[in-house]
Structure formats: C-alpha cells, structure tokens
Write a protein that binds this ligand. Structure first.
Ligand SMILES: Cc1ncc(COP(=O)(O)O)c(C=O)c1O
Length: 320
C-alpha cells in the first residue's frame, strides 16, 4: 500500500521554462519549479550535467522540507542541518544560508502551492570521471519545489515493517548525521520491504540495535513512556525533535539503545520523518504491535503534530 518514500510527484509544466530570465517571475505551471545555480526551470526542463559528482558518486548533501498552508515548517532547522551536512563532507556551499533561505521561499511562491515539498541540495558540482573532489571546484545548488506522495494509512491502522537484512552503514564509515546524497543503504532496505510486501524497513545498527527506517526515525511506546534511539546511529531527525518537544511535560521520554525484541513487545511503535510525518506501525516482521491498531499515544502525537505544522512555520511571500 505504501507509496515510495520521497516519490516526488511532479507533473511537467506545459509552459515554457524561464531559464533565460533568472530574475523574472516564474512562468512554470502547476507542476512545481526548480532552481539550479541562479536560474529557474520547470521540472521537465531542469537538468544537471552527467559529470556532476552528485550523480556520479552521490557526492553532495540535501534536505527534505514540507510546507503546509502557506508556511514552511522548520525551515531554519532544516537549513542549519544542510549547512552542517555540507561542512561534514568538506563541501563549501556556493551560496550563503540567508540566500538559500530566500531562494527556497521564492521557489514556494513561484510554485503557487500552499502545501508541498522542497528538496534543496548541494552537489559537489561538475568534475571529471575521477573521484577527486578537487576536480569539482564549483558546487551546484538545486532547489526542487514539488508535491510528495507518501504512505496512505487506512483509518485507525498503520504500516507494516520488516527488518532489513543489511545493517545501517556504521557511523565510523559514514556519519548518519550527514544527510548525504548517498542513500543506497536506505534504497536497498526499502527494496527489501517492497520485495517482502511490507511498507517500510527498519535498519539495525552494527550492534544489532534499532537504528532507523529508510527515511524515518523510530519511536516505541512502553507503559506510556516514549523511547527513541540516540542519534549516534541515525539522522538527527527534525520530526523526531519535534515529537520530543511535543511530548515534553506530557510523557516520559527515554533516549537509549533499543533492542529489536523491544519493538516486538512494545505497546505502540511509530516512525517520524518530514515526508512520512508520524507513521503508526501495526506490524513488525509479521508480529502484531499492541492490538494491531493505531495506539492512543501515537494518535495523540499525530493530532498534535498535524495541528503544529498547520499553525507554525515561515510564511511564504506569495505576493512579493
Ligand atoms: C535516514 C533518515 N532518517 C530519518 C529521517 C527523518 O528526518 P526528518 O524528520 O528531519 O525528516 C530522514 C528524513 O529524510 C532520513 O532520510
């Protein structure tokens, strides 16, 4: 049932792209808009070089951001993380954070969408066929503004997950806090879920503890307490942090390693991510979670999250 994570649904615009009018207003249509290194394109016209090391080696970083009802949710924390990721791989962003913020908001305004999905990314840029990043002196910046189709969750129910056979790439090899363009570990886990007829895969870390989903952090509920793994083996998820904030003063929270067995016997399990939002899990490796329905704590958090994303965030300047 689940649509692929980050399956951005962008319908090509039938209007001409305005790549030659970088400062002009977009003429892109309902399918979204793409910014590449100072120029605006319709999604079907947006192209980067085949020599870009983002394509050749996954050498780059990105963010996934949602906007709701004309406001971008957690824009600055996402941009902060993106610049931290870039710093982590020694990529000097081609534009400053204030300028990228302006571009992201302009992309939303140009799209005309009230609700949508943003994918800003930095690639190492064009190089030669060798891996050496010194051959790519000019990183590129891309901002995609589109919509996103994620999981469809039947009323009161949730998703079914499996445990991926491949472990999360250890932090000693690739720090999971860097949101790099190299997502093969996640793609293969997701493919395994697809092959086994599940909606999503959970990756374990090198110590066999629960790390994260292919594009989500993990929470358990046990006797009313929320439990989530530390971010030493997972992305420092912004939705995860939002849930922690929402639960503060309402629920007890434990941040500690989680053994797989704990997922099997949890009262509730849910995943968190910008794309998937708050995803109730009703089955783990064929074992029913709780009573096999959305649990009360998950429902409470889903409601609180949904209210928050629609009432806060950076206003999109549609009229400027
Ligand atoms: C591997 C991974 N973990 C967790 C998350 C959730 O992070 P966030 O809540 O910031 O979207 C993502 C989101 O892209 C992800 O790719």
């Amino acid at each position: 049932m689940g649509a692929g994570a980050y399956a951005a649904r962008s319908t090509p615009s039938d209007r001409p792209e305005d790549a030659d009018a970088p400062e002009g207003r977009s003429r892109t249509g309902p399918g979204g808009v793409v910014y590449i290194d100072g120029r605006w394109f319709s999604p079907d016209e947006a192209k980067i070089s085949v020599f870009d090391h983002g394509l050749l080696y996954g050498d780059g970083v990105f963010e996934g951001i949602r906007f709701y009802a004309g406001r971008v949710f957690k824009l600055d924390p996402h941009l902060d993380r993106m610049y931290r990721s870039a710093h982590g791989i020694g990529l000097v962003p081609p534009i400053g954070q204030d300028e990228l913020r302006r571009v992201v908001l302009e992309a939303c305004a140009r799209s005309g969408f009230r609700d949508g999905y943003l994918r800003p990314l930095f690639t190492r840029g064009k190089g030669d066929l060798g891996i050496d990043p010194r051959k790519s002196p000019r990183p590129s910046v891309v901002v995609i503004c589109a919509t996103i189709a994620m999981f469809s969750i039947p009323e009161g129910s949730g998703i079914r997950v499996i445990v991926a056979s491949r472990r999360k790439v250890p932090a000693s090899s690739l720090d999971p806090r860097v949101k790099s363009l190299n997502y093969l570990n996640s793609v293969l886990a997701k493919s395994e879920a697809n092959a086994r007829g599940a909606d999503e895969a959970i990756l374990l870390d090198e110590h066999s503890n629960v790390a994260e989903g292919s594009a989500e952090n993990v929470f358990l509920v046990r006797d009313g307490t929320l439990v989530t793994p530390p971010t030493s083996a997972s992305l420092e998820g912004i939705t995860r942090e939002t849930v922690v904030d929402l639960a503060r003063g309402v629920r007890r929270l434990e941040v500690r390693p989680i053994a797989l067995q704990e997922m099997f016997v949890a009262d509730e399990v849910f995943l968190t991510g910008t794309g998937g939002e708050i995803l109730p899990v009703v089955e783990v490796e064929g074992r029913r979670v709780g009573n096999g329905k959305q649990g009360p704590v998950t429902q409470e958090i889903r409601r609180a999250y949904s209210a928050l994303v629609r009432s806060t965030g950076t206003l999109i300047p549609y009229d400027s």
